[in-house]
Structure formats: C-alpha cells, structure tokens
Design a protein around this ligand. Structure first.
Ligand code: SF4
Length: 313
C-alpha cells in the first residue's frame, strides 16, 4: 500500500498522530498529509525507517523461534469506510486459526534501552489496539529488536498487549473527530512552535510560519534564513550528533563489560580484535600549580589563537 492510497483511510500507524502522542505524533501534520497539502520541505532519508523495514522479517523469525509460534502474512482489513490497514503479521494458534496481531519494531539503541526500563511506549500500544479492533482479535505481541550497527549485537524483547476496550473507544472517537475535520475542517490545533515535533516537520512553514517557529525566546541575535540546503545540512549534522552520542554510550557500556570480562588478564587476543587492560603510569604537568608558582612564565608562553567555533543545537 503506497503513501497515496494510505491518504484515503486511517491506518494503524496514523493513530499516534490522530491523538498527537509524543514523541512524533501530530494530528495537524496528519491532516496536511491526508489533504495532500504540498510539503514545504523534502523528507530526509531516515536510516531508522530503512533499518526497521529491513529487520521486520528477521524480527518475525526470532519471534517464531523464541515463542514457538507461527506468524502469517496479514490480510488487509477495512471497516466503516475509512478505517483500514494491516498489521505486520497475524499470529496463528495451535488450531491453525489466525487470532492475534504481531508488530515488529527496530528502534534506535536509546529507545530500545528506554523500552527495557519503562515498557511499551504509548504510540506502539495505540497501533496494536487499533489493529486488535480492526481484526477483532483479543491479543497482540510486539517484538522490539535491537541490532547494533556493529553486528553481532542482537537483542529482542517480546511484549504482549491485551485488548483494551476503553482505549479502543477513545481511539475510535478521536479517529471519527479527525475524519470530520479532514472532510470539513477546521485543521487540528497546532502544537507550540518550540515543540520538538515541529522542528523537523515537513509542513512547519505552512503551519507555523518560518518566523514564528524559529524565534525562540532570547535568541534575538539570530538571523532568520530560509535556505533549504543549509537547513538540510543542519538537520544531517544534528542527526550525526545523535548517532555519535549513541555510539559513545555503546562504547562506554561495552568498555565496562570488557573490563569485567578481562578480570585479572592483561592482554587477550580474540578473532574480533586484541584487548589490553593493563596498569600504566602516566606523567602529567600540574598546570594550575605551575601557573601559580611561575606566573611570569605563563605570560611568556601564553599563545592566543583565533578561530571560529561551530555549534549546532
Ligand atoms: S509544525 Fe508542528 S504543529 Fe504544525 S503540523 Fe508540523 S508538527 Fe504539527
């Protein structure tokens, strides 16, 4: 089902938008999308979407192997004209009947760790509850798969979600409201222009206006520009900063694990690489004491360098 066809109905992945659920949902954004409002910006290629699509089948295989269950390609379902869609897989019970929903997710490491700590995020729950209603099933499972950029770090969580009639009613009510607004207006309310969801929104100019969205408090020194290439470069830079942070966290975590695994050993060679964990003596200058004791020397050797510092936030 392509993007154009998806405009004609509300699908499971739209529900977090209908209810404007953080971290990504915005009803107004969905309203623009379904009304085919021209986007102000081109969508940047998102590596996590690509990764998610690639990992759906491996996640399904892991679920079947670990939960000793069968998953089948889902049938497309439609109810009441504008409720439609399909889950990632349907679960087949011991009698060979389809009776549950399965969704596969492959989030970033940070999100994966967060899910381990706090459980299934609301945006995932809403999607599964919507499918439970659409298919008329009582239970669903989500497999959250984390695959490190450097294989073979693979971890999977399998989390069950039971049908929740109250939540389903809230979802359907919000979907009906949204559909009425889609056909007759008005547009759903805007989020605050400083909301993180607005910063990368493809309709942020149409919705908030460039000035309004960019003028954050006490930032009057900034020159407001409308340069798509500069903007894209800035977005890429920030995404790279996120990846570096994620990689740093992984490196630190694995570093601590290596120290424990090394125990008393100082040098080890593995097929993946060599590990040295040994005592070393390091000499360094106490520059504070040096400055205090010989202040004239500091002035003599102090050198000033001028350069432009780049900060992106
Ligand atoms: S700019 Fe913000 S409020 Fe407007 S559509 Fe985009 S995410 Fe929603």
């Amino acid at each position: 089902m392509n993007k154009k066809e998806r405009r004609n109905y509300i699908g499971g992945s739209d529900v977090h938008h209908v209810l404007s659920v953080e971290p990504y949902g915005c009803a107004r954004r969905l309203w623009y999308e379904k009304r085919e409002t021209p986007e102000d910006y081109t969508e940047a290629d998102n590596p996590y979407y690509r990764k998610g699509n690639l990992l759906e089948e491996p996640a399904a295989q892991i679920f079947m192997a670990e939960m000793k269950t069968i998953l089948k390609t889902p049938k497309h379902k439609t109810r009441n004209d504008f409720f439609s869609g399909h889950c990632d897989r349907e679960i087949v019970n011991a009698a060979g009947e389809r009776d549950g929903i399965w969704e596969g997710k492959a989030p970033s490491r940070n999100v994966y760790q967060q899910i381990k700590k706090t459980g299934i995020p609301l945006n995932y729950v809403l999607q599964v509850q919507y499918y439970l209603w659409l298919y008329n099933y009582l239970y669903g499972w989500i497999t959250v798969l984390y695959v490190g950029d450097s294989l073979p770090i693979v971890e999977a969580l399998h989390l069950e979600i039971k049908r929740d009639e109250e939540l389903i009613l809230q979802i359907l009510d919000a979907c009906h409201n949204f559909w009425r607004m889609l056909l007759n207006g008005p547009a759903p309310e805007q989020l605050a222009p400083t909301d993180a969801r607005c910063q990368k929104c493809l309709w942020r100019k149409t919705c908030q206006g460039l000035g309004e969205i960019s003028l954050l408090p006490e930032e009057g020194d900034y020159q407001i520009v409308n340069e798509p290439v500069l903007e894209q470069c800035c977005a890429d830079y920030k995404e790279a900063q996120g990846l570096i942070k994620e990689a740093e966290e992984l490196k630190n975590e694995r570093g601590e694990a290596l120290k424990i695994l090394m125990g008393e050993r100082q040098k080890v060679a593995t097929s993946a690489g060599k590990i040295c964990y040994q005592q070393i003596a390091k000499e360094s200058w106490d520059t504070k004491l040096l400055d205090k004791t010989y202040p004239e020397m500091k002035m003599k050797f102090l050198k000033q360098t001028n350069y432009r510092s780049l900060r992106v936030f």
